[in-house]
Design a protein around this ligand. Structure first.
Ligand code: TLP
Length: 338
């Protein structure tokens, strides 16, 4: 059954499996896994940061980034519908003791005026803003990409106010491919960046957090504290390296298939914007059904998706669903008996 629930469902490619079987490994807590070290170097180079650190998940990498940049009682600024805000179980409050201040974006894209409205002046009355978190591509707001000019404006605003920027780049390479730029041109506007290997790049697990050498040294301590110090993790890093080498350029195909899917919904009761990357958010309100109900009906019609919120479902294209599956998904939705 074509599975559009997420690009996290992608399976490792045959080349990844071979690389995993043959990976040279060591104890990474001693810093002795050559494959992990290589992945960290390659990932850091791709985003032109000084250093990288391999994490089991993107969630842990995001949370460690927040921990490294904040003190308990601080405030972090982030988009209202972002992953850190909604899908990480308020870990920022638990681990870092910080409060989140939600900024309203346009289809998930924050702009400086909205950020400025939420930035409270330095005063004994207010908790101090200490980090801006951006998500590129945005997830639940439809795989939208930050225009580079907007990122530059945010960066200038952040610098002016002495606030670092962390980029949740779980799908950074989708943004780079869609915008026909190199990942580092996006990452340059952030102090730290997290990239995921286990989504469109199809590796079985892992994310890399990148930033300055000092930041990564701090992050290494917090990763260990949270139980993220892995041992012969080169078997996972090997797959991630293959992902970075072989799976980035092909993301354009996923983006095309997302557009095919969206185009197939024209003239139906399902509303969606033209997708910029691989995420299609479909507004189901005109059907009079909830997104959960539509997801159940769609599964019965042979297509898997998830609810993004009560009014919208999300379909994500990836290397394990082809153009024919995208067409099938649109036809299945259009053909639902409601
Ligand atoms: N996103 C998953 C779910 O958790 C919602 C998905 O299916 O899209 N940042 C962003 C923008 C993400 O989309 C995700 C995962 C993460 C962080 C967390 O990564 P993992 O799952 O590796 O902890």
């Amino acid at each position: 059954m074509p599975d559009f629930r997420s690009d996290t469902v992608t399976k490792p490619t045959p080349e990844m499996r071979r690389a995993m079987a043959e990976a040279e490994v060591g104890d990474d807590v001693f810093g002795e896994d050559p494959t992990v070290n290589r992945l960290q170097e390659v990932a850091a180079w791709r985003v032109r940061k000084e250093a990288g650190l391999f994490f089991p998940t993107g969630t842990m990498a995001n949370q460690v980034a927040i921990k490294c940049c904040t003190e308990p009682g601080d405030e972090i600024l982030l988009e209202r519908r972002s992953h850190i805000m909604n899908y990480e179980l308020a870990a920022f409050a638990v681990i870092s003791g910080v409060q989140a201040r939600a900024v309203e974006g346009e289809r998930g894209i924050i702009r400086v005026p909205a950020l400025a409205r939420e930035l409270r002046p330095k005063s004994y009355l207010f908790s101090g803003p200490s980090l801006i978190c951006l998500e590129d591509t945005t997830n639940m707001t439809g795989g939208t990409c930050y225009p580079l000019a907007v990122l530059r404006e945010i960066r200038a605003f952040a610098t002016e106010n002495g606030i670092p920027v962390h980029l949740d780049g779980a799908r950074l390479f989708n943004a780079a491919v869609a915008q026909k730029v190199e990942a580092f041109e996006i990452a340059r506007e952030a102090d730290s960046v997290m990239i995921s290997l286990s989504k469109g790049l199809a590796a079985p697990a892992g994310s890399v957090l990148c930033g300055t050498v000092d930041f990564i040294e701090k992050a290494r301590k917090w990763r260990k504290l949270l139980g993220g110090g892995m041992r012969q993790s080169g078997v996972l890093a090997a797959a991630g390296l293959v992902g970075l080498q072989t799976m980035v350029d092909r993301l354009a195909e996923d983006h095309e298939n997302a557009r095919v899917l969206a185009a197939g919904l024209a003239g139906t009761r399902f509303r969606c914007e033209v997708p910029e990357t691989n995420i299609v958010i479909v507004d189901v309100r005109e059907t009079g059904r909830s997104s959960d109900q539509i997801a159940v009906l769609l599964e019965k019609a042979g297509i898997r998706c998830v609810a993004a919120d009560t009014a919208r479902i999300r379909l994500v294209t990836h290397c394990d669903v082809d153009r024919a599956a995208a067409e099938q998904a649109a036809q299945a939705l259009a053909g639902l008996k409601l």
